[in-house]
Design a protein around this ligand. Structure first.
Ligand code: ADP
Ligand code: ZN
Length: 210
């Protein structure tokens, strides 16, 4: 199973990706996580990405495409993969298609988590992220997954959220038509409990599975 997960910031992509990757036994490849871990480790890639990430802009395509290409050449990808946060614009989608075509491993499906703007803003402003495991949790307590301490991502602050949404609408939303015309698009509502949405997605991807 070779999947792309798309949806606006706050749709719950990261959380769903985690569960879907376990369900289908495929690696979860989140470009935002790769950038953040490079940032934390102070690598040249992290330094290149920092200013873009802090302001809610996309990291330049040359940097991002190269990073994803390397990741997709690692051996665990033989089992398939779930891409989360990539592609984020039509050029990235085209580069991915060419790269996968060359390896004769085209995408199986593209899952869109769909949600209204008003809902997104409410969710992101209360979102906190775990310092230990990197997963999102709502509210001010401890991480729901591992009990670690939570913090607010620099780019979850109100001004940056507004910019990320604008970037999504202008640059990322067009990939939805791109994948629709390729016959790959599956739309799942991102409203409901985490478990409900996971079940919906699994059913949509693999109708014979239950
Ligand atoms: P979100 O919650 O907005 O989906 P991510 O963790 O996926 O956040 O990404 C955080 C930031 O990392 C983005 O705002 C962007 O700066 C950078 N980034 C992640 N993926 C990409 C990509 N495919 N292309 C360019 N920049 C990216
Ligand atoms: Zn945690």
């Amino acid at each position: 199973m070779r999947l792309v997960l798309v949806g606006p910031p706050g749709a719950g992509k990261g959380t769903q990706a985690q569960f879907l990757a376990v369900h289908f036994s495929i690696p979860h490849i989140a470009t935002g996580d790769i950038f953040r871990s490079n940032l934390k480790a102070g690598t040249p890639l992290g330094l290149q990405a920092k200013a873009f990430m802090d302001s809610g802009e996309l990291v330049p395509d040359s940097v991002t495409n190269e990073m994803v290409k390397d990741r997709l050449n690692q051996s665990d990808v033989a089992a398939g993969f779930l891409l989360d946060g990539f592609p984020r614009n039509v050029l990235q989608a085209e580069v991915l298609r060419a790269n996968l075509a060359q390896k004769q491993t085209p995408l199986t499906a593209v899952l869109e988590l769909s949600i209204k703007n008003s809902e997104i803003i409410a969710r992101l402003s209360s979102r906190r992220t775990c310092r230990e495991c990197g997963l999102p949790s709502a509210g001010d307590g401890k991480c729901l997954h591992c009990g670690g301490a939570l913090y607010q991502r620099e780019d979850d602050k109100a001004e940056v959220v507004a910019r990320r949404l604008k970037v999504y609408e202008e640059q990322t939303a067009p990939i939805i038509s791109f994948y629709r015309s390729e016959g790959l698009l599956i739309i799942v509502s991102a409203i409901g409990s985490v478990e409900e949405i996971t079940q919906r997605a699994i059913l949509a991807l693999d109708p014979g599975s239950h």
